[in-house]
Design a protein. Structure first.
Length: 211
């Protein structure tokens, strides 16, 4: 799934490119690791700040008060947009219901004075993660609430006897040609409290690999 990238993330990527030119190989590698950590943290925060971000395949109900013709139940397309009467295609992915409501209301002002609009998420279908490798039930999991790495592994039935628990990797894809992130996770560090922050919140499209 494609995820929105904030201006801050784009700035970080730009700084990474400049640093690679001006510093040695070891320093560049260290900077890339720091960049990856910041990207992972900022993205996880954007999905856990209490405001749900609309994703592909989510089912939305758009209600325009006193106008049944403009009120629709729509499914978000893979390209991140929905189609509405008069307005045509409207970007939905990456927005909260409040943001999408404001956008639709602004567009409708061209056709209707003081439109009263509401957007409701009827079905959450876009929060999908993948768990693969040495877990009892590897596969695709559609989640209804924010989950961490260990919670996802638990949903997959837990580790097999052959799992290398301290070499778990979360693969996170980015849009616009940004290289895939690899977040290394040590199970012992989490459960022993040495680095419990590594039990990161998963975002749609993440793949948890248990070697």
């Amino acid at each position: 799934m494609k995820h929105p990238v904030s201006k801050w993330n784009i700035l970080l990527v730009g700084l990474s490119a400049l640093t690679l030119v001006s510093c040695g190989a070891s320093s560049a590698q260290h900077f890339e690791q720091k960049l990856e950590q910041k990207l992972a943290k900022s993205t996880a925060m954007s999905y856990s700040d209490g405001e749900y971000k609309i994703g592909p395949e989510d089912v939305l109900e758009v209600i325009v008060w006193r106008n049944a013709d403009l009120s629709k139940v729509v499914t978000v397309r893979p390209d991140g947009k929905i189609s509405l009467p008069l307005m045509g295609d409207v970007q939905a992915v990456g927005l909260t219901t409040v943001q999408l409501t404001k956008d639709i209301a602004t567009r409708l002002k061209e056709f209707k004075e003081s439109p009263n609009v509401s957007v409701v998420v009827q079905q959450v279908n876009s929060y999908i993660v993948y768990v693969t490798g040495e877990v009892v039930h590897p596969g695709r999991y559609q989640l209804k609430s924010y989950s961490t790495v260990l919670q996802a592994i638990s949903l997959a039935g837990g580790f097999t006897p052959y799992a290398t628990k301290n070499k778990i990797v979360v693969l996170r894809k980015w849009p616009a040609g940004i290289p895939e992130s690899r977040i290394s996770i040590r199970y012992n560090d989490i459960v022993e409290g040495t680095d419990s922050a590594k039990d990161v919140i998963l975002v749609p499209g993440d793949t948890v690999v248990v070697p």
